[in-house]
Ligand binder design. Structure first.
Ligand code: HAS
Ligand code: CU
Length: 565
């Protein structure tokens, strides 16, 4: 294996000099605009919830447009967790596929169709949420019932992302055919693995909506089986979090080292981590159902153990990415145990956002391990701890990384320079500080027993010992509001600034690997064995229990409305 001689020709793989055409840039940009608009609108509701906790209820001001805390919370969850992420990810994967492979999409029309199906789905979902007929939160557990349009819209968003995924596979396959024996470029491979994982993962929610929620909301069946619906939902719901995370990992492994002045420390480890995510992302969903009746303890235990194995590729990532950054810091003249950290380009808003995202993720990851531990989960489940956890993960590791990526990507796509980089830097730090205060307070509240998804400002049972934490939640929320508005201002002003010469516009950063990627073992570059492993593990870990719940299905739960007022 190590006898293959590195050749300059194969190394070219890593920065092939390919520049997206104007039309391709516009297409990627379309995804990013929808994503940022969703983030902006969705994020306005976060602080409203945080303020409500300490007794400042601004929802009254939004009446009659927004009717309740829970309608606002639904908008916040759907727009931020589902729309901002999905549109950004699919747009970014278009870019990494084309740039990584050094070619246009094999069938651009497929991706165009996929994108517009996603947009139609988004509009179809948004209407019932805005008219308060889908106040079901982002997990839409029955028996909470939404308008059929909500379920149909979400299905279309997922189907659109599948169609775009097919576009990525065909492009990847075309490249393979033209480059036999050459290791695939990592940034392209990472995105395609994520698309494949997503297609397997979303089968759960597809079955849930098509066999249960859609016919029910259309009045074709009278009731649902909430226990089975939760099993379907979490089949998709857990891997969903890695669908969000993996594009950030593509950037941390394959782009950030270049931006920081270093190299990818281990191409093999990067690929191994992604393949591990393909096989163990899905069979862990019962760790969201540790307290659900109807799922025997043995399955919960098996999924708890499997969750520890999906912790592993993130540990690989922590070591490999930090090693790549250390290489960069030392190459920039940093010395000593921590001197290399100071030597990293902290003046670059794109790099800083991603470093801060990684630092917050260390804490989010530790919290995840707490959640996954069956007995500890009983303490924190359904408490404010859980939103504390996911604001360090999806709202920090992922979202702050995407923000960092957009600081080079928006200038690249539009042919402009980033507007006031120092303001962008301020934005990244504000997000970091706001999130530390907010999530720490939420974790504390959870340990003290405060329930999640509750308008605590109205709750009569709040003890005095929660007060300080409730106030810190609001302070964190206020700082985050400043951060998100600053972000949108930076992006809008960037797009409004005049076009500049090509040499002044950032290019797509593609990190070279420390060792020739051609030396990476072939089995780390093949889909087939990993897809087979994913299928087998999935059948073993979900099959028997799922079959049991399906045969035992009782469609007898009538729908209820979250907001009777
Ligand atoms: Fe989680 C609940 C377990 C990761 C998101 N999680 C949630 C929910 C969300 C969510 C949204 O087992 C709530 C769902 C709901 O509404 O009910 N989670 C885990 C575990 C991990 C984990 C074991 N979660 C994530 C990620 C998310 C996310 C990632 C979003 C993107 N989670 C759970 C469990 C629950 C749960 C239970 C259910 C709780 C309940 O009872 O309801 C692991 O994957 C975490 C592994 C992470 C690490 C960290 C590695 C650190 C790295 C940083 C490197 C640093 C760098 C910077 C690069 C091991 C890679 C260096 C900087 C320098 C300056 C040098
Ligand atoms: Cu999970």
């Amino acid at each position: 294996m190590t006898s293959v001689e590195p050749t300059p020709d194969l190394q070219r793989n890593w920065d092939n000099g390919y520049d997206l055409t104007d039309e391709e840039k516009k297409f990627v940009g379309l995804h990013v605009w929808v994503a940022i608009a969703a983030l902006f609108i969705g994020s306005l509701f976060g602080p409203l919830q945080a303020f409500q906790y300490s007794g400042l209820d601004l929802y009254g001001l939004l009446d009659p447009v927004i009717k309740s805390y829970y309608q606002g919370l639904t908008l916040h969850g759907v727009l931020n967790a589902l729309v901002w992420t999905t549109f950004f990810i699919v747009g970014f994967t278009n870019l990494t596929t084309m740039k990584g492979l050094g070619r246009s999409l094999a069938y651009p029309v497929i991706n165009k169709v996929g994108f517009w199906v996603m947009v139609v789905g988004l509009v179809t979902t948004a209407i019932p949420i805005l008219t308060n007929s889908a106040t079901v939160l982002y997990t839409f557990y029955p028996p909470l019932e939404a308008s059929w349009a909500f379920y149909l819209g979400l299905t279309l968003v997922v189907v659109g992302s599948w169609i775009e995924g097919v576009g990525f596979y065909l492009t990847f396959a075309a490249w393979r055919k033209d480059n036999p024996g050459v290791r695939s470029p990592f940034i392209a491979l990472g995105g395609v693995i994520n698309a494949a994982m997503w297609q397997i993962a979303t089968l759960g929610v597809a079955v849930e909506i098509l066999t249960m929620l859609l016919p029910w909301s259309l009045g074709l069946i009278d009731g649902t089986d909430p226990a089975l619906a939760r099993t379907y939902f979490w089949f998709t719901g857990h891997p969903l979090v890695y669908f969000w995370l993996l594009p950030a990992y593509v950037s941390w492994y394959g782009m950030l080292p270049k931006q920081a002045g270093g190299k990818l420390f281990s191409d093999s480890m990067a690929r191994l981590a992604f393949w591990m995510f393909l096989i163990v992302s899905v069979p862990v969903g019962f760790h969201h159902q540790f307290v659900d009746p109807g799922v025997p303890e043995i399955w919960k235990w098996i999924h708890a153990i499997l969750t520890y194995s999906v912790f592993f590729p993130s540990m690989i990532t922590a070591f490999t990415v930090i090693a790549s950054l250390e290489y960069a810091g030392r190459a920039r003249g940093g010395t000593g145990l921590v001197g290399w950290i100071r030597a990293l380009p902290w003046g670059d808003a794109s790099v800083t956002s991603q470093l801060l995202a990684g630092i917050l993720f260390m804490f989010g990851g530790i919290g995840g391990l707490t959640n996954a531990s069956y007995n500890l989960n009983l303490v924190i489940h359904n408490t404010a701890w859980v939103p504390g956890h996911f604001h360090l993960t999806v709202a920090s590791a992922v979202s702050l990384s995407f923000i960092g990526i957009s600081y080079w990507m928006v200038p690249y796509l539009t042919g402009r320079q980033l507007w006031k980089p120092k303001v962008a830097l301020f934005q990244a730090w504000t997000w970091f500080v706001g999130m530390i205060i907010f999530s720490n307070a939420m974790h504390m509240l959870g340990l003290l027993g405060a329930p999640r998804r509750t308008a605590l400002g109205d709750a009569p049972y709040v003890p005095e010992s929660w007060d300080g934490h409730l106030l810190r939640t609001s302070i964190g929320g206020a700082i985050l509001l400043v951060a998100v508005i600053t972000y949108v201002v930076v992006i809008v002003q960037t797009v409004r600034s005049p076009k500049v010469d090509r040499e002044l516009v950032p290019t797509v950063p593609v990190a070279e690997s420390l060792r020739d990627p051609q030396l990476t073992p072939d089995w780390l570059d093949r889909f087939r064995p990993w897809l087979i492993a994913a299928g087998v593990l999935l059948a073993l870990s979900y099959g028997p229990q799922l079959v049991d719940q399906i045969f035992d299905m009782r469609l007898n739960a009538p729908g209820t409305d979250f907001t009777p007022w």
